[in-house]
Design a protein around this ligand. Structure first.
Ligand SMILES: Nc1ncnc2c1ncn2[C@@H]1O[C@H](COP(=O)(O)OP(=O)(O)OP(=O)(O)O)[C@@H](O)[C@H]1O
Ligand SMILES: [Mg+2]
Length: 250
């Protein structure tokens, strides 16, 4: 495989077609008869960085995976109640392929799985899926610091890349796929400040015309970065709104 093979022309615009909105309406999920998400009412929209905070087992991943109907693939016995709408349409009315194009969902095990690929292989996969050329994305590649990497080595296994580089490559994939919803499930919990700052800056750019959701187990570190902060505990939402109120209370 070569990058050159993927230098196909395309007229496709780089930005997603429309500004997305997600609405959980009295949404509940039970797994094996145990209630895991309880009457969730939450609206998430483009233009705001939404950060979902909660301790282990709070229900963050079950909540975020429900956007792609992934829970049914992981658990045998999933029951749901209430409604989950994406862009005004029930999530159950979308086919899986469309959901996966619409939403980029990244969790720690996916970041680890990347380690088995070479940099060039991953870039080729991303480009061939959408039949687009790398040079259409030169400004994004530059902004994400990937141009520098490309000059370096396509044969390098991704496990040798810094975490920040891997995250930027994943965000690049989301841009190429024209996902209008980007969900990062606890993947920034263990990065240092030098990584977090540029990643948050990039997310601020991406959120302008996309829904961007970040989940975390660390409240104090992420609270000041959010436009909308959501606190989950035991499958319920304990707080949703601007972080300001919570910061003032501290
Ligand atoms: N394998 C499982 N079988 C049954 N119930 C499960 C299973 N895994 C998780 N759950 C239930 O789902 C709840 C929510 O889990 P979830 O993975 O969404 O939490 P989380 O907030 O993502 O936690 P973490 O921060 O550890 O990723 C758990 O408290 C548990 O009750
Ligand atoms: Mg989780």
């Amino acid at each position: 495989m070569s990058i050159q093979n993927n230098l196909l022309r395309s007229d496709q615009a780089k930005t997603p077609e429309n500004r997305s909105i997600i609405e959980f309406l009295n949404f509940s999920i039970s797994i094996d008869g145990v209630s895991v998400l309880k009457n969730i009412d939450l609206t998430i929209q483009a233009g705001e960085l939404t950060i979902v905070y909660g301790p282990r087992g709070a229900g963050k991943s079950v909540l975020l995976r429900s956007l792609l109907r992934l829970n049914k693939e992981i658990y045998d016995n999933v029951d749901r109640d209430g409604e989950l709408m994406i862009n005004g349409k029930s999530v159950t009315a979308y086919d899986k392929k469309t959901l996966r194009r619409l939403i980029t969902y990244v969790e720690p095990s996916f970041v680890e799985a990347l380690d088995h690929l070479k940099f060039g292989e991953f870039i080729n996969l991303v480009l061939s899926e959408k039949q687009v050329a790398l040079d259409e994305f030169s400004s994004e590649l530059d902004r994400l610091g990937i141009l520098k990497l490309l000059r370096r080595e396509l044969q390098t296994p991704l496990r040798e890349f810094y975490t920040m580089e891997k995250i930027m490559i994943l965000l690049f994939a989301a841009i190429v796929r024209k996902s209008s919803i980007i969900v990062l499930d606890c993947i920034l919990d263990h990065v240092d400040d030098e990584t977090l700052v540029p990643v948050i800056k990039e997310l601020s750019t991406l959120k302008e015309d996309r829904v961007v959701i970040l989940s975390t187990r660390h409240k104090n570190r992420f609270l000041p970065l959010a436009d909308v902060f959501v606190i989950m505990k035991d499958g319920k939402i304990e707080y949703k709104g601007a972080p300001r109120e919570l910061i003032l209370k501290r």
